[in-house]
Ligand binder design. Structure first.
Ligand code: EPU
Length: 338
């Protein structure tokens, strides 16, 4: 267990904002996590559990306890001729899990290559890209209830997954801390190539692609479109793609015939927020230390010395512009803390 006081979170958020936390705690085992959760001081303090901070925005210094897991490890839970089940520690870097599976030819998560973050957070957020979501391969999620201190093994159904949402993100539920995630992968993978430019990317060189080819193609697309957080602070998509009623979409389409869209649940329509932001003139725009990435309008970037509140203010100006022009309320995908 590691405990720090007045600790800089700069290396714990991919925006690299220099917020500090009053306390920082890192645990290595479930037993250590249990000790933290039972501690009376901990129970009285404001606390937030983080992964690698790739989907967070620290608005200000945090007057509480930031908790981080170091529970790692990938173990084989079950194997048949058809499939394997892997039990993964929540602190395992997600892309390392993808690389591990792909190098063995196991399919199911290759489309989720190069997504920053740790496995526990990936399962809480239901990360998704190129037509696949982590929920598609999740068998169970092991988590501690922060209030009752009980451990529970959630089935995929009990995780209540939706687009970037889950039981764990729903504020009406007791807060839970995920310790392990069990993934079901296929030894005879069926590739998911339906997402536009993924197939194009593969067609040129790989008429019969393998999971490794898909991983390579996804990495190439992501590298072209998204900034590397190590070089330019960012948290991936800043906003969710809004889902609107079909009638509202038809009205918009009458004004903007070129508006892109995808079918969503319950007959609704999902609009790429990047298109809305770009149409409001924000793509590549810079204001002070904050900017919108020039190749993907959904990504806000820290141009060097941005503070969290500056990024939040800039995001607010984007939301206001989209609200005024399209009557659509963009919701942040990143979680604000502080
Ligand atoms: N678009 C624009 N301008 C832009 C960006 C996008 O017009 O600057 C339009 C284009 O029509 C484009 C469409 O939006 O075809 C979709 O763009 P893209 O393929 O880049 O995907 P996205 O909807 O912007 C989502 C996820 C990404 C994920 C990609 C690929 C969300 C909020 N974002 O982005 O996830 O990588 O699809 O599947 O759902 C993340 O969550 O951090 C993330 C990067």
């Amino acid at each position: 267990m590691r405990i720090e006081q007045n600790y800089s979170l700069e290396k714990h958020n991919t925006f690299h904002v220099p917020a500090k936390t009053r306390w920082f705690m890192e645990y290595d085992t479930e037993e250590e996590l249990g000790r933290i959760l039972r501690d009376e001081y901990f129970q009285e303090c404001l606390s937030v559990h983080i992964g690698s901070g790739s989907n967070l925005l620290f608005i200000n210094d945090f007057n509480g306890i930031i908790v981080h897991s170091r529970i790692k490890g990938i173990t084989m839970a079950e194997e048949t001729d058809e499939r394997v089940t892997l039990r993964v520690g929540a602190a395992e870097t997600w892309d390392d899990v993808v690389a591990y599976a792909v190098s063995r030819g196991w399919g199911g998560i290759e489309n989720l290559s190069l997504i920053p973050g740790e496995t526990g957070a990936a399962a809480a957020q239901n990360i998704g890209a190129y037509g696949v979501e982590i929920k598609d391969v999740i068998e169970t999620v092991e988590a501690y209830n922060q209030l009752t201190l009980e451990k529970r093994v959630f089935t995929a159904g009990e995780c209540e997954y939706g687009y970037r949402s889950s039981y764990f993100k729903n504020e009406h539920n007791d807060p839970h801390i995920i310790t392990h995630v069990t993934l079901r992968l296929s030894k005879k993978p069926r590739l998911s190539l339906g997402y536009g430019n993924l197939r194009e990317e593969l067609e040129a060189n790989h008429p019969e692609p393998t999971v490794a080819d898909v991983r390579e193609a996804v990495i190439a697309i992501r590298r072209r479109k998204l900034p590397d957080p190590e070089k330019l602070g960012n948290a991936g998509s800043f906003f969710l793609n809004p889902v609107i009623p079909a009638e509202r979409f038809e009205e918009l389409k009458a004004h903007y015939p070129e508006i892109p869209s995808y079918p969503a649940a319950d007959g609704k329509v999902k609009i790429p927020a990047g298109w809305l932001v770009e149409r409001c003139g924000f793509k590549g725009k810079k204001e002070g230390h904050v900017g919108v990435y020039e190749r993907q309008a959904l990504v806000l970037v820290n141009l060097g010395d941005a503070r969290g509140h500056e990024i939040a203010l800039f995001a607010e100006s984007i939301r206001e512009a989209v609200r005024q022009r399209f009557g659509i309320e963009l919701m942040p995908e990143v979680k604000y803390i502080g």
